[in-house]
Each structure stands twice: as C-alpha cells, then as structure tokens.
Design a protein around this ligand. Structure first.
Ligand code: 13P
Ligand code: SF4
Length: 337
C-alpha cells in the first residue's frame, strides 16, 4: 500500500508545466487513496494501464504499468497480459491497442480524447485522395483513426517515420495528415539522397506548430551551451535549429545520454515533468505547451472506467475495418524492424 509521504517524495520536484505548479504533501494525501484503489482494482480485474509520457505525473508515477511513446506503447499493448487495457492517452492510441488486441476490453478514460491531427482527416478524405492519386502509396501517421488507417497501406510513428519512408517500396508516397512532419520528411529524404515524390495533407498538431525558430535564436544567445531537442511534429524551421529530433522516447534517451546540462525541449510539458523526475541534474530552459487532450486524463476517470465503464469509454472497431487497419500497422512493424 502506497503512503502519501512516499508519493510526495516521488513527486515533490516535478514541475507540472509552470514552475509554480508543484505537488504538495496535501495534494499527495488527497490522491494516495485513489492511487491505492486503482492499483487494487487493477489486480482484481486483471487490468493493465498504459500511459503516454504527456499524461500527468500522478498517473505516470502512481498507476502506470507501461509509460512510453506511441510506438513503444503499441508494442507493450501487443504483449499485454490480462483482460483489460486502460489507455491513459488519446483515442487513436487506445484504438491501436484494440486493433492489436481484439479480444481484450480497451478503455479510454480521457473525457476529451481527440487529437488535432487525428481529427483533421476522415476515411472519406483518404478515399477521395486515393481516387485522385491512384499511383501513390498511402502512408498515415499513427495519429489517425482506425478508419483512416484501414484506408492506408502503411502506418508510421515519430520514432520510425524516416526509416519507413526510405524503405517503403514505392517512389510515390502520399503522407497524411501531418503537413509539418511531411515537410520534415521531404527535407530528411533530400539530405539522405532519397528521391521520392511525396505529397502532403494539411493537418497539424496544435501544440507543436506553436514553436518558432525566433525563440530558439533568442534563448541560444542567453545560453550559448543550450542543446535543442524537438519533436518531428514541429515546423522544419524549428527542426533545422535542433540538435536532435525524435519521438518522445527518443528525446528522453538523447537527453539521458548527453553530457550537456541545459536543454530546450520543444514538445508537450509532460516530457519535461518526466525528465525533472528521472534526470534531476538536467535543466530545462524556456516554457512548454500542454496538450488539452492528454491532460484530460485523471485518476478519478481511470478509477471510474475500471469500476463501471460506460459505452463511450469502451473502444469498439468494426471487424473488417480492424483487419484492414491491422495490415497497415503490421506493414509498419515490417518496415521499422
Ligand atoms: P510520440 O509517438 O513521439 O510519443 O508522439 C505522439 C504524439 O502525439 C506527439 O504529439
Ligand atoms: Fe495530438 Fe498534438 Fe496532443 Fe500529440 S500533442 S496528442 S499530436 S494534439
């Protein structure tokens, strides 16, 4: 049984977005009974909890069985034991878990579980684009619905996108929906000397599109030793100024292995919270932006869906759509490994 003092020891140095938002002992006393109840119910119901790194630290360090990026969590979902998966992240990630585990119950606790990228494109949009571009292979970012994945040939995540674009056996690729990631693909393929025709859609992540190169220039003047690490959903102007670009887990690995102290980390605030906790010797300069969808996950809702899920909390995917979406995810595993 976890005690509030132990939880406070774990969380006291974690900044939740702004420096002034910290976990207090009173807050830990309030949430420890919830954490204990969730962990007890998990055992009774043979449930596991998968958590994306952007989700709040009380969930990451209180109840998660697996924490990671989209690619790592899809792998964890594949090897998950038990009957129930609670996916504290956003809906498209929970759908990926269901596509890989049709016999398990997959629950999504976030009330607002969208994603500005996944919501920017429908299966109908992809069907139309396929009809207009019959000689293009369709590649989708994992931040898409099951229906969109079902219409595509192969799926990618931020951890394997460049490798898959390079290896995929087609020299004509229509990449959906992230335009900024798509522009980064075009630049990276040019740098690698890979000649492919790449067409793009017009979606963006509302968190990552906000970062601007002027901010990097300004902070580099003040901190000359600053290392800049960014997510490939950022603009190519930001990526050009970055010392490292990668998925959320790759960003953590880069910072862990670097001898540098000062970093500008251009991604959602949850990653800085994780690094405050796991690498307290590193210093993060500047501010970060929160994803309202990831931050919609709460301990209260995790407990609620474990106790008595309503139909809106349960992921259901029509079987023929699931099978077609699985082909696109399996193609990703094939070209990523
Ligand atoms: P990662 O796969 O890098 O964790 O990214 C997911 C995401 O939604 C980034 O905004
Ligand atoms: Fe979607 Fe952006 Fe939130 Fe990631 S950070 S879940 S891409 S809205």
């Amino acid at each position: 049984m976890l005690k509030a003092e132990e939880l406070y020891k774990r969380l006291q140095h974690v900044k939740v977005g702004a420096t002034s938002c910290r976990f207090t002992l009173a807050k830990c006393e309030e949430i420890t009974p919830l954490i204990n109840e969730i962990n007890q119910l998990k055992k009774e119901k043979q449930a596991i909890i998968l958590v994306h790194s952007y989700v709040d630290p009380d969930i990451v360090y209180g109840v998660a069985d697996f924490v990671g990026d989209s690619y790592g969590l899809s792998k964890d979902a594949m090897s998950a034991k038990g009957k129930i998966i609670v996916f504290a992240a956003v809906k498209f990630m929970a759908e990926t878990a269901k596509i890989l585990n049709p016999d398990k119950t997959v629950l999504v606790p976030a009330i607002e579980n969208g994603c500005s990228l996944a919501d920017s494109i429908t299966a109908e949009d992809v069907r139309r684009l396929k009809a207009e571009n019959p000689d293009y292979a369709f590649m989708c970012y994992i931040n898409t619905s099951a229906e969109v994945k079902a219409e595509c040939d192969v799926c990618v995540t931020s951890s394997n996108v460049y490798k898959i674009v390079e290896n995929y056996p087609s020299d004509k690729i229509f990449f959906v929906p992230d335009r900024l990631m798509g522009l980064n693909i075009i630049e990276e393929m040019a740098a690698r000397g890979v000649k492919k025709s790449i067409k793009l859609y017009d979606g963006t992540c509302y968190v990552h599109e906000d970062y601007k190169p002027e901010m990097i220039e300004y902070l580099k003047l003040e901190y000359p030793d600053l290392k800049v690490a960014s997510h490939p959903e950022c603009s190519s102007a930001v990526v050009k100024y970055s010392d490292f670009v990668g998925s959320t887990s790759q960003l953590i690995d880069y910072i862990r292995k670097s001898a540098n102290k000062n970093f500008l980390l251009l991604t959602e605030c949850g990653l800085i919270s994780r690094l405050n906790m796991e690498l307290p010797e590193k210093r993060f300069i500047g501010s970060c932006t929160m994803c309202k969808y990831m931050k919609a996950n709460t301990l209260q809702d995790i407990l609620r869906v474990l106790k008595a899920p309503e139909s809106k909390d349960i992921i259901e995917i029509e079987e023929s759509t699931r099978k077609k979406a699985l082909n696109s995810i399996n193609a990703m595993f094939k070209y990523a490994e």
